[in-house]
Design a protein around this ligand. Structure first.
Ligand SMILES: *[C@@H]1O[C@H](CO)[C@@H](O)[C@H](O)[C@H]1NC(C)=O
Ligand SMILES: *[C@@H]1O[C@H](CO)[C@@H](O)[C@H](O)[C@H]1NC(C)=O
Ligand SMILES: *[C@@H]1O[C@H](CO)[C@@H](O)[C@H](O)[C@H]1NC(C)=O
Ligand SMILES: *[C@@H]1O[C@H](CO)[C@@H](O)[C@H](O)[C@H]1NC(C)=O
Length: 438
């Protein structure tokens, strides 16, 4: 009797408990599966791809610029270049999209560039390890090692993935021009300089463009359609208040000179797999061989130095206020083209004894981090090119303003190229619709 009573009592209970147990089992399986999907490479990616040159990083004040594989550092094989708020360097974790699936995160090393000139934002490299067996196509950074919120992240593409070499990727010389901004409209000097580069053997000019004047925009549109110039949009002013100066104490703002250092580094990595040498100079500067006809023979003559990361070239200012007296290159067809005519300025300052500014020709595969006048981290040597062999022709306002004409050196090196340079400049100006025809 006792037994039956007992069974009678628990039977209804079984009807309640059994479904609860079954439902709990299902729930656990479902939750487990969900968790597994979050953490194991079974979640599909990427959802949101950024193809922009500047990508804000969620939950931070940082901006991501680009990601490159980099096999030179041992252990870490991915480098993300960014513009970072310098006082915020909490840990970051890389998440990779491996052939369509999200990987586990890997920790990062944050390597600030030591040149930031006191601005609150600076150039930053983030190094990560790509997980084993991951064919990484996109990457993103997270502020925690978990990938639970991964679907809200923007992914940036990974470049320099050792694609098979194509003949058109074999460039000898690339010039990197950082950050064009304001309404800069120095068209004549720009066209003369680009055509001069071409005569010297430059194959590609990469220009980072925040904004420019209307005629220069027309010229650049022409050059980029033609393929000699590669325009990279650089809308840094949409995200920060970039400085027009180089020094925070003097000029204020968020970031040195519209992000010049970031763009120079971006350009070096962009060129690493496709260009033998990279020239890091401004658009009003021409790295000019004085004993050779072009850059190829100049560099061949320096070849006993295969491990040189940076060839330093001394900058020489040609003040725009002094004109060559005969006026033989004051050409009528250029009279309505805005900008400086570099052929009219032939008087060269000697740098004063204490200040010799340099720009560089680098072998990009030996560069890790670069500033404007020298490399910050490299895997090679430094070589000062004698100024008798090569110097920079830089037509601009006088640097040493007190120097009189008699104290300057006459230097007509540019004139050696005039026979080809003038018709080539005419041709591009005409094709860009900027030449006055009579
Ligand atoms: C995920 O996002 C939620 C809501 O935005 C946030 O509260 C949480 O901290 C995030 N978790 C992680 C690990 O980032
Ligand atoms: C690069 O230079 C070599 C000579 O050193 C030349 O044969 C080759 O055509 C050049 N390549 C380009 C793309 O100009
Ligand atoms: C340069 O940037 C400005 C501003 O975004 C844009 O309007 C212009 O078309 C760009 N010029 C070229 C040649 O890319
Ligand atoms: C050399 O030029 C620099 C930059 O213009 C200036 O700061 C320095 O005082 C000059 N030195 C001499 C010895 O004239």
């Amino acid at each position: 009797m006792k037994k039956i009573k007992y069974l009678k009592k628990i039977t209804p209970l079984l009807f309640v408990i059994t479904p609860i147990i079954i439902i709990m089992g299902w729930t656990t399986t479902i939750i487990g599966e969900l968790i597994r999907r979050q953490h194991k490479p079974s979640v599909f990616c990427p959802w949101l791809i950024s193809e922009q040159s500047i990508t804000p990083l969620k939950n931070t004040k940082h901006l991501l610029v680009s990601a490159y594989t980099d096999q030179r550092l041992g252990g870490f094989d991915l480098r993300i270049i960014g513009v970072f708020k310098r006082d915020f360097v909490d840990p970051l974790y890389c998440s990779f999209c491996c052939a369509g699936f999200v990987s586990e995160t890997t920790p990062s090393i944050i390597l600030p560039h030591s040149d930031h000139f006191g601005f609150p934002y600076g150039t930053m490299d983030v190094l990560c390890r790509i997980p084993d067996n991951c064919d990484a196509t996109y990457v993103t950074l997270l502020t925690a090692p978990s990938t639970v919120n991964i679907s809200e992240q923007l992914w940036i593409p990974i470049r320099n993935k050792k694609a098979p070499k194509k003949a058109e990727n074999e460039l000898n010389f690339t010039v990197c021009i950082s950050t064009l901004f304001g309404d800069y409209n120095n068209v004549l000097q720009f066209a003369q300089t680009l055509e001069m580069y071409r005569l010297l053997g430059v194959n590609r000019v990469v220009i980072y463009n925040t904004s420019c004047g209307p005629e220069l925009n027309r010229l650049l549109k022409f050059y980029s359609q033609e393929g000699f110039v590669e325009m990279v949009p650089w809308p840094i002013d949409k995200y920060l208040n970039p400085s027009r100066g180089w020094n925070f104490a003097e000029h204020g703002g968020d970031l040195h000179y519209f992000g010049q250092i970031t763009t120079l580094n971006e350009c070096i990595y962009r060129s690493m797999e496709r260009s033998r040498y990279v020239l890091l100079n401004d658009i009003d500067e021409i790295i000019m061989p004085y004993k050779h006809d072009n850059l190829n023979s100049l560099m061949d003559s320096l070849q006993p130095h295969p491990n040189v990361a940076e060839f330093l070239i001394e900058n020489h200012i040609f003040p725009k206020k002094y004109f060559e007296p005969s006026g033989r290159f004051h050409l009528p067809q250029w009279s309505n083209v805005p900008g400086i005519n570099i052929l009219e300025h032939i008087y060269r300052e000697d740098p004063n004894s204490s200040y010799h500014p340099y720009k560089m020709i680098v072998q990009p595969r030996l560069v890790e981090q670069s500033s404007v006048h020298q490399l910050l981290r490299n895997l090679g040597e430094q070589f000062y090119v004698p100024k008798e062999i090569c110097r920079i022709i830089h037509v601009r306002v006088a640097l040493l303003k007190s120097l009189q004409l008699e104290e300057l050196n006459e230097d007509k090196r540019l004139w050696d190229f005039q026979e080809k340079l003038i018709p080539n400049v005419d041709k591009v100006l005409r094709r860009a619709g900027l030449l006055t025809e009579d």
